[in-house]
Design a binder for this molecule. Structure first.
Ligand code: ZN
Length: 386
């Protein structure tokens, strides 16, 4: 990366958090070519993003395009400090003088509808005196806490899923809060079916909720390399409170609450595509892969693709990924996550865990990786071809 000159009147770095909650898993670089897409092995940092201007890729907040630096500098005035404020922002957070610029880390904790800024060191008293200044009503609440590492965490809570951009000058951190669609050009929600007290189907020593999560995590490895696609995951662990809203431990009730929570979450993200991952179950003989969509959700997204077209893109990718029997595309008019999502939505039923030969495939992590890659390829294709 190039070095940035400081002899400018104003120098500002704009970057976007890449949606990454939870996972600490950064996988080894992979080269994987399929369907004309060559993975170059780019793996972005996951978990939290450090706001170092020299070490991270940036996105233009308006377009989602990669851009190096947004430099609003006025020429001249060599050596002056950069205290000019951005034209537009939602919240201004002063930095203590002894905290260096670009030393903060941030996390888009979208499942909990919050954005977390971590400042190294204890500045809780500082923020009690210098309360962050809100410019609009985009934030529901702000709280400042000391974490177990002795660092200061600033929590910006929102009512619904929002997108965040951060800029800094020599004095303060400026956070802009926007509707996801206004910040990102490409948005996807990937849902790992079931979870927590709801195991989904079980058979041949396999549990559906674990398989769907594994496939999602494989898809994420690839999608982490696509900095222009914002991906929201309904869960990255066995259980996310969001999925049940903590309402019940009864798997049946939880399952219903969980479906409502999933499509509500997807709708808040304003996603362009919704993909729910499931594994099928029946008697011993049924096997193969099918994709479901709801004819009651005929919406197309801003690119013009429909649920049915998305299903048609995805099916051949999935079939070839694990050489699966073709069970085609099936209408499921009243399936909640397909019917009530306000974007093209598909549910993949990738093989049967109740069938011996399919179960053998599903038990193999490298095959689940292939399914994850097929989902990734489908997403790229959907954005390229529509
Ligand atoms: Zn399922």
């Amino acid at each position: 990366m190039k070095k940035f000159s400081m002899n400018k009147a104003f120098f500002m770095v704009l970057f976007i958090m890449l949606s990454l909650t939870c996972t600490n898993k950064v996988h080894a670089q992979k080269v994987h070519a399929q369907n004309g897409h060559t993975k170059n092995g780019q793996v972005l940092n996951s978990g939290t993003n450090k706001s170092s201007p020299a070490s991270n890729s940036k996105q233009d907040s308006k377009t989602g395009d990669s851009s190096e630096v947004v430099d609003n500098s006025e020429d001249g005035d060599e050596g002056s400090s950069s205290t000019e404020e951005p034209d537009d922002y939602s919240i201004k957070i002063l930095r203590s003088e002894d905290v260096e610029k670009d030393n903060i880390t941030t996390k888009d904790d979208y499942i909990n509808r919050q954005f977390i800024i971590t400042i190294p060191g204890d500045y809780v008293d500082f923020y009690n005196e210098n309360v962050p200044e809100e410019m609009d009503d985009s934030i529901k609440s702000i709280s400042v806490k000391l974490d177990s590492n002795g660092d200061t965490k600033i929590y910006l809570k929102t009512k619904t899923v929002r997108a965040f951009a951060v800029e800094e000058n020599d004095e303060a951190i400026f956070v802009t809060v926007m509707a996801p669609k206004d910040m990102y050009g490409k948005i996807v929600v990937i849902d790992a079916g079931h979870g927590g007290t709801d195991p989904g189907a079980m058979g041949n020593s396999l549990v559906e909720k674990n398989l769907t999560l594994s496939i999602l995590q494989h898809a994420k490895e690839y999608l982490d390399g696509e900095s222009d696609i914002k991906v929201y995951y309904t869960r990255l662990t066995d259980f996310e409170k969001m999925i049940t809203k903590g309402k019940s431990t009864d798997p049946i009730k939880t399952s219903k609450a969980s479906l409502i929570a999933r499509y509500t979450f997807a709708n808040e993200t304003q996603a362009d595509l919704f993909i729910s991952i499931h594994i099928n179950a029946a008697g011993k003989t049924a096997k193969g892969t099918e994709i479901e969509y709801s004819p009651n959700n005929p919406r197309t997204n801003r690119m013009g693709i429909s649920s049915n077209q998305l299903a048609n893109l995805c099916l051949p990718n999935l079939l070839s990924a694990i050489n699966s029997t073709n069970r085609n595309i099936k209408p499921r008019p009243n399936l909640a996550v397909l019917k009530y999502t306000k974007m093209p939505a598909i549910l993949i039923e990738s093989a049967f865990l109740t069938n011996k030969s399919d179960a053998k495939v599903l038990a193999d992590d490298s095959k689940r990786d292939e399914i994850g890659y097929a989902i990734y390829s489908t997403i790229l294709q959907a954005f390229e071809e529509y």
